[in-house]
Design a protein around this ligand. Structure first.
Ligand code: FE2
Length: 193
């Protein structure tokens, strides 16, 4: 499928369903309490949601996948952690939130922007449910994209992956895919005096 089949390039990247989904997620974020014993702060989950979504589009274009669908996968991938602050089984537990939010989107926006279909929800959930197992390589292109982007995004936010971990391997391989892994070693941390 041509990447821009849903719209002409001059009309911009066809990601308006994704934009509406992100708006629904943002509205929910604003109602969440920052208190409580979250394993991860809301601000991190929020930043990670947006930055993985943007990286997903780039990687999807590179791999001739659908950038909007890849963006939806990443927007939803930690939705359970976003809501609860907990990581345990957060992949499988994303499903309830995905169904609720897709229903809200379809009720409000499908007439204008097109629906998010059951087939797309299936791809999204299949990609998300096992995404914590970074060492498992699958045949599913959107699951692989998510695992790669999730690894790279944490790295770009300054987290150092464990040496020889699957996260490290995925980060290096993805940077290599964009021909920028060599430049990394030239990066030096300059701390202002
Ligand atoms: Fe993540």
């Amino acid at each position: 499928m041509p990447i821009l089949s849903k719209g002409k390039p001059e009309a911009g990247l066809p990601v308006w369903r994704l934009n509406r989904v992100l708006a629904i997620l943002q509205t929910r974020i604003e109602t969440l309490s920052r208190e409580g014993n979250r394993e991860t702060p809301i601000v991190w989950s929020t930043a990670h949601m947006y930055t993985t979504t943007q990286l997903a589009k780039i990687v999807a274009i590179q791999r001739s996948l659908d950038p909007e669908l890849a963006g939806l996968v990443c927007a939803f991938h930690d939705v359970h952690t976003l809501h609860t602050g907990k990581y345990q089984d957060h992949g499988p537990k994303a499903l309830g939130y995905i169904l609720e939010i897709v229903k809200e989107y379809n009720d409000k926006w499908s007439d204008q922007l097109g629906d998010i279909s059951e087939a797309e929800v299936e791809i999204i959930y299949q990609a998300i449910k096992g995404h914590s197992d970074k060492n498992v390589v699958t045949e599913l292109p959107y699951e692989e994209l998510l695992k790669d982007v999730d690894s790279l995004d944490a790295f770009l936010h300054g987290f150092e992956p464990q040496e020889k971990s699957a996260r490290e391997e995925r980060t290096i391989r993805l940077l290599d895919e964009f021909n920028i892994d060599d430049q990394l070693s030239a990066l030096k941390r300059e701390v202002p005096e």
